[in-house]
Design a protein around this ligand. Structure first.
Ligand SMILES: Cc1cc2nc3c(=O)[nH]c(=O)nc-3n(C[C@H](O)[C@H](O)[C@H](O)COP(=O)(O)O)c2cc1C
Length: 229
């Protein structure tokens, strides 16, 4: 499916054209664009106005140093105890099938067979380099936060992703960074009491990358919404 790279004029357009981009151009994101996105995102609501997020933005040399370490560790097969498990285990239907289908579709586009472990590790290393994006974000939160504050983190994440579309940019939300909270503490100025909740890649999408043609399915409104009247 064709990738829409043009800036979007409305929230509906932003929602329709936002996808998780997993291959970025190295075109830099202008300073004022980044500032505009971040300052608008700060208007995101949060329960009790706690604003429980801390956004660590990496660019230029800092991004290169950070990703050099994470790529090397990923390729070496190193692991850390993740902040949180990515999904409940075992996962139940219909979520299990939806997750399976996404993986199948993505690895097919990447040309990586299910049993090619080495190629999969190389692909994980793409996560470790923010898929080549010129801006990487690590969002942390205090370990004492309750579940509702984690929902607030999701809201600011979505704000950044939709604002990015308004500027002709794309994003990749990355739970993958929850696996690297120790590494993030080593390299960034993160409070001791914080841990990594999610990461985000931000930049201009590579329109020629096959993986960026992935369109993840969605359930119908009737499956997910019950209207009472
Ligand atoms: C909180 C969150 C974490 C995610 N983590 C990853 C990740 O670590 N790596 C990845 O490739 N995609 C990740 N994704 C992307 C999802 O797979 C994607 O949003 C979903 O399949 C729907 O596809 P779409 O974003 O292209 O519409 C994440 C998405 C969200 C919302």
């Amino acid at each position: 499916m064709t990738l829409t790279t043009a800036p979007t004029p409305s929230i509906s357009d932003a929602l329709e054209t936002r996808i998780t981009v997993r291959d970025f151009l190295d075109t830099p994101v202008p300073d004022d664009t980044l500032q505009a996105i971040l300052s608008s995102a700060m208007r995101s609501p949060s329960g009790g106005n706690l604003q429980p997020w801390k956004v660590h933005v990496l660019r230029g040399e800092a991004l290169a140093r950070f990703t050099e370490v994470s790529v090397a560790r990923t390729l070496a097969g190193e692991t850390e105890e993740p902040t949180f498990r990515a999904y409940p285990s075992p996962l139940w239907e219909p979520h299990r099938s939806w997750r399976y289908k996404l993986g199948e579709d993505m690895y097919a586009l990447l040309g990586i067979p299910r049993d090619d472990k080495a190629a999969r590790v190389r692909w994980f290393a793409e996560n470790a380099r923010f898929f080549g994006a010129p801006v990487g974000m690590i969002i942390t939160g205090d370990k004492r936060l309750e579940m509702p504050q984690h929902m607030d983190i999701g809201i600011i994440l979505q704000s950044i992703m939709l604002l990015a579309r308004e500027h002709g940019l794309h994003t990749a939300p990355q739970g993958w960074w929850r696996n690297w909270t120790k590494a993030a503490h080593e390299q960034l100025d993160i409070d001791d009491g914080h841990h990594v909740l999610v990461g985000l890649a931000l930049g201009y999408a590579n329109p020629d990358a096959p993986v960026n043609s992935l369109r993840a399915d969605r359930a119908n409104v009737t499956e997910m919404v019950k209207i009472y009247e």
